[in-house]
Design a protein around this ligand. Structure first.
Ligand SMILES: Nc1ncnc2c1ncn2[C@@H]1O[C@H](COP(=O)(O)OP(=O)(O)OP(=O)(O)O)[C@@H](O)[C@H]1O
Length: 364
C-alpha cells in the first residue's frame, strides 16, 4: 500500500501510536516523521515510553492502535503487519552484544547476503568508515568497549538500512570516548542517508545528535523541534527544567503585569489574579557588583536588580556555579565565567534578562 510518492516523503512516519500495559497508556497517541538523513531524538525521563515506541517501530512490540509507514508504504496498522525481519530497519541498542565466536569481519558480514567479493567490499568499506579496518580479524573479546561499539555500528549499517533505531547506544562508554563515537556515528549515518530515531534520556546527547528533538513525557510528545528552538522556547516549566537547572520566581498578574523584586514583567493576555512562574536559567541571570549598598540602575532590558548574598560558590572548570540567598529568603543559582569565584557572604545584585526568561501559568 503506497500513500504518496513525493520526493519530500518521510523515510519513517508513525501516526497516532498507542500502547497500554495493565490499563496504563505508556505510549499515548505518538506521531512523528523523519526524513532521509535526518536524526530525531526521542528525549524524555525514564519510563516515559521511549523504548516502547522504538520497539513498536522495530516490530518487537505490537501497537494497540496507530500505524507505521516507511517511504510511504504501510509497515503496520491494526490489520496489516510486516514482521520485524521484513522491515528495512537497523537496530543498535545499549546491550549491542557482538557475536563472540565471529571475528570483526564476520560480525559485520552477518546479515549480508550476496557474492562473497561484494560482501567483503562492503565489510571493508564500513570498517574503514568507523575506523576499525586495522582490527578486521580480531574477535570481540580483544576489543575495548568503544571499539566494540564501532563494530556494532558497522554491523547495523551493513545491510544499508533505510531506518536506524538506536536506544541509548552510547551509555556504556566514558565521556570522552562517547563524544568521539557520537560524532563519528553521526557522520556515518548522515553519509548513508539513514533516517535515525535515537532514544535518550540525556538532553546533552539529544542536543548534540539531533536535527529534531521530540520531547516526551507520560507517553506523549509534548514538544518537537530543532534543539535551539526546544531549548529557547520551551512549552512549559517542566520542558525548560529538563535541559538545565532553572530558577523560578512566583508572581501574580495584575493589569497584564507581574510584579516581583526583580521589577515588573509584561504578561499580556493573562487574566488578573493568575499565578505565574517566571523562569530563568542560571546562565542567563545577570550579576553586578555592590556599590556601597546599591546595585546598578534598573533598565528595561534587565529590570530591577535584587540583592543576593553568596551562599556557596563552586569552580566547575569553564564556569562557576554560584548559589545565592536573596533578601526575601529565596534561593537562586547563577552560572558565571569561572574567572570569577565570589566568596561566601559576598553581596551581589541579580537581574533577570527580559529576553531570556520564560513566563508560564503556574501548574497545580
Ligand atoms: N512489557 C511490559 N509490560 C508491562 N509494562 C511495561 C512493559 N514494557 C514497558 N513497560 C512500562 O511502560 C513504561 C514505559 O517504558 P519504556 O521502557 O518505554 O520507557 P523509557 O522511556 O524507554 O524508559 P527508560 O529510559 O528507563 O528505558 C514503564 O512504566 C515500563 O515499566
Amino acid at each position: 500500500m503506497v500513500s504518496d510518492t513525493s520526493p519530500l516523503q518521510p523515510r519513517l512516519e508513525i501516526r497516532n501510536l498507542v500502547r497500554s500495559f495493565g490499563g496504563l497508556r505508556v505510549v499515548d497517541d505518538v506521531s512523528l516523521s523523519i526524513m532521509p538523513g535526518q536524526v530525531t531524538c526521542l528525549l524524555g525521563p525514564s519510563g516515559c515510553g521511549k523504548s516502547t515506541t522504538l520497539r513498536m517501530i522495530a516490530g518487537i512490540e505490537k501497537q494497540d492502535a496507530g500505524s507505521i509507514w516507511a517511504d510511504g508504504a504501510l509497515v503496520c496498522d491494526g490489520v496489516f503487519r510486516v514482521p520485524p525481519e521484513g522491515r528495512a530497519t537497523g537496530l543498535m541498542f545499549q546491550d549491542f552484544a557482538l557475536f563472540p565466536h565471529l571475528s570483526v569481519a564476520g560480525n559485520v558480514a552477518y546479515g549480508l547476503s550476496g557474492r562473497a567479493s561484494k560482501t567483503r567490499g562492503r565489510v571493508q568499506e564500513l570498517l574503514e568508515r568507523v575506523g576499525m579496518s586495522a582490527h578486521i580479524d580480531r574477535y570481540p573479546h580483544e576489543l575495548s568497549g568503544g571499539e566494540q561499539q564501532r563494530v556494532a555500528l558497522a554491523r547495523a549499517l551493513a545491510p544499508r538500512p533505510k531506518i536506524m533505531l538506536m536506544d541509548e547506544p552510547f551509555s556504556g562508554l566514558d565521556d570522552r570516548l562517547r563524544d568521539d563515537i557520537r560524532d563519528e556515528t553521526l557522520e556515518v549515518l548522515k553519509a548513508e542517508g539513514t533516517a535515525v530515531l535515537l532514544v535518550t534520556h540525556e538532553p546533552g546527547e539529544a542536543m548534540r545528535m539531533a536535527d529534531e528533538i521530540a520531547l516526551m513525557r507520560d507517553g506523549k510528545i509534548v514538544q518537537m523541534g530543532a534543539p535551539y528552538n526546544i531549548y529557547n522556547t520551551p512549552v512549559d516549566k517542566e520542558a525548560a527544567g529538563f535541559f538545565s537547572d532553572i530558577n523560578t520566581v512566583p508572581a501574580h498578574v495584575h493589569g497584564a503585569l507581574a510584579a516581583t523584586q526583580f521589577g515588573q514583567f509584561l504578561v499580556p493576555g493573562v487574566a488578573d489574579g493568575t499565578a505565574v512562574d517566571i523562569v530563568i536559567r542560571p546562565q542567563h541571570l545577570k550579576i553586578d557588583f555592590d556599590r556601597a549598598g546599591k546595585g546598578p540602575n534598573a533598565t528595561i532590558a534587565d529590570g530591577t536588580p535584587a540583592r543576593g548574598t553568596v551562599k556557596r560558590a563552586r569552580f566547575m572548570g569553564i564556569e562557576s556555579l554560584v548559589e545565592f540567598t536573596l533578601d526575601d529568603g529565596s534561593q537562586m543559582k547563577a552560572v558565571i565565567p569561572s574567572v570569577f569565584l565570589p566568596k561566601k557572604g559576598t553581596v551581589l545584585w541579580l537581574m533577570i534578562r527580559r529576553d531570556k526568561c520564560f513566563i508560564f501559568p503556574r501548574s497545580a
